[in-house]
Design a protein around this ligand. Structure first.
Ligand SMILES: NCc1[nH]cc(CCC(=O)O)c1CC(=O)O
Length: 324
């Protein structure tokens, strides 16, 4: 008798289904297991359906927690998250079984008339719901008006098409996954806009107690370079979260060094208006990814990253309000 089909829990949105379908294909091809997609309805999806505001709930990760609940209730065997939506703290009973090879981690501009950031006239309206994107775009000093927006990719792009906004900033990976890279008018250089920790990467999560599945996913789906990069980026974030509420960007990259692969990490913390920022970088070995990221975060705190925050209960780290 062959093993029963693995149940892969997924949200209903186009991006979620595409990501889940991609991992299901990898599992079929590399583990030789049958996979069945099981739809999990999240509070976030429900409140979108009823058009209720999500304000206040995105910080707790409604999209992530519904999938995790389904895992813990044994309704599904594995789930796929956008890694940048995962809280930095590990979840009891769950294992980050695999981090597959990531998509391009950069942010992109989708602007009217094919314009790039530098070509947008002063006073142009640029939409983003991400404090990290808002602060970094403001820091460029282009005189753009930053307009807070939320909603899924279609909703955000639709505001440009409708003429309500001149441009929006999105994750390139999201557009790539839904096959809409044709919308991109500029890919933003990480020297100007550093992506969110984990951006462009997927997290494959399952029950820690499913040790065979954890091992098989780790062996066949995990990409060591991607895992090292995102572990370092998340270690920067976790370290800064302790003493800093400022928006943070971080990007780890694996480069070939003289003695084999090296991990390079760049990070930025900014005041919400982008006027102040602390930037730093660090390098190290892939098997010391968490150490590299942690030391980088500590150095940024020593450089004053803890003094960049803002008053009020604004959750600057979540970018989930933008997805849905
Ligand atoms: N902001 C929410 C979000 N969470 C994950 C993605 C897709 C890209 C990724 O996997 O990093 C997006 C869309 C975006 O940022 O434009």
């Amino acid at each position: 008798m062959s093993a029963p089909a693995l149940r892969l829990g997924t949200r209903r949105s186009l991006l979620a289904r595409t990501q889940s379908g991609h991992v299901a294909d990898l599992v079929r091809a590399r583990l030789g297991r049958e996979v069945e997609l099981v739809e999990v309805t999240t509070d976030g999806d429900r409140s979108q359906a009823s058009n209720t505001s999500l304000v206040g709930s995105s910080s707790t990760g409604v999209f992530v927690s519904a999938l995790r609940d389904a895992l813990l209730a044994d309704e599904v065997d594995l789930v796929v998250h956008s890694l940048k939506d995962l809280p930095t703290a590990p979840h009891a009973g769950l294992a980050l079984a695999a981090v597959p090879t990531r998509e391009d981690s950069r942010d992109v501009l989708v602007a009217r008339d094919g314009l790039t950031l530098g070509e947008l006239p002063v006073g142009s309206r640029l939409g983003t719901g991400s404090p990290r994107r808002a602060a970094q775009v403001a820091a460029l000093g282009l005189g753009l008006e930053i307009v807070p927006i939320r909603g899924n990719i279609d909703t955000r792009v639709g505001k440009v098409t409708a003429g309500e906004l001149d441009a929006v900033v999105l994750a390139r990976a999201g557009l790539a996954r839904i096959d809409r890279l044709d919308l991109v008018t500029e890919t933003l250089d990480p020297l100007q806009v550093l992506p969110a920790p984990g951006q462009g990467a997927l997290a494959v999560e399952c029950r820690e107690s499913d040790t065979d599945l954890v091992a098989a996913l780790g062996e066949h789906l995990d990409d060591a370079g991607t895992r090292a990069a995102v572990l370092a980026e998340r270690a920067v974030l976790a370290t800064l979260e302790g003493g800093c509420s400022a928006p943070i960007g971080a990007l780890g990259e694996v480069v070939e060094g003289e003695d084999g692969d090296e991990l390079w990490v760049r990070a930025v913390a900014l005041s919400p208006d982008g006027a102040l920022s602390v930037r730093s970088s660090a390098a190290g070995r892939l098997d010391d990814a968490v150490g590299v990221g942690t030391r980088l975060g500590e150095e940024m705190l020593a450089d004053g990253a803890g003094q960049l925050g803002q008053p009020g209960p604004v959750d600057t780290q979540t970018e989930q309000g933008e997805e849905r």
